[in-house]
Design a binder for this molecule. Structure first.
Ligand SMILES: [Zn+2]
Ligand SMILES: [Zn+2]
Length: 208
């Protein structure tokens, strides 16, 4: 068998697991992975919302400790979202189609431009974020550290929006410029999240 054919077959075999949209009746299930102690009420809220939205089973996995090596102390205590999603993709049970890591800790990524840290680098090397997910892929992470507000319904809207946004990336969706689409790039503006609609816009839906 030629190498090219082998590669093609491998891609075909791997694709359904990675890029297929989350749809009921395809033996798909979403796993919620608490990282460190995580609020049981919040876990239950996310479980209910995702079950209603995707109509697939959503299971809560056994709590895992945050690997200490993921910490960065240059701007207070932040954890590498890139390391977290890589770790979750490798360690989640095979039966889980998509795994969402959930943490109360602050998380960061490194913003890049043309292969280098975006300037000014003091700002973008350890850039705090709400969530990060492979596009496409199997894992994401969502932190509520930057979503806090005393208004519970607003907080829950923020949390739900970020989780469904990251699962959109997992299903292969890029950022979307349709006004208020849940796949808008929040770019650290909480207002974008607050104004977000409850679902993917028609353009995004047509890609799923
Ligand atoms: Zn995004
Ligand atoms: Zn959209």
């Amino acid at each position: 068998m030629s190498q090219r054919l082998l590669l093609f077959l491998l891609i075909i075999l791997l694709l359904p697991h990675c890029t297929s949209p989350i749809k009921p009746g395809h033996h798909q299930q979403i796993g919620l992975q608490p990282i460190g102690h995580y609020s049981p009420d919040q876990l239950q809220f996310i479980q209910q919302e995702l079950t209603a939205f995707f109509k697939v089973p959503v299971i809560i996995l056994k709590e895992k400790e945050m690997p200490p090596s993921f910490i960065n102390l240059s701007k207070g205590e932040r954890y590498s979202a890139d390391s977290i999603i890589k770790w979750l993709a490798h360690t989640a049970p095979d039966s889980i189609t998509k795994v969402v890591g959930l943490t109360h800790k602050d998380i960061y990524t490194t913003m890049k431009e043309n292969g280098h840290v975006k300037e000014p680098s003091y700002k973008y090397a350890v850039w705090g974020i709400f969530g990060l997910g492979y596009q496409p892929g199997r894992s994401s992470v969502v932190s509520d550290h930057r979503l806090q507000t005393s208004d519970l319904s607003r907080f829950r809207h923020r949390l739900r929006t970020i989780v469904i946004h990251e699962l959109g990336h997992n299903q292969g969706l890029p950022h979307c410029s349709t006004q208020n689409c849940i796949m808008n790039d929040a770019n650290e503006r909480i207002q974008t999240v607050d104004q977000s609609a409850d679902t993917y816009c028609p353009v995004c839906k047509s890609k799923l």
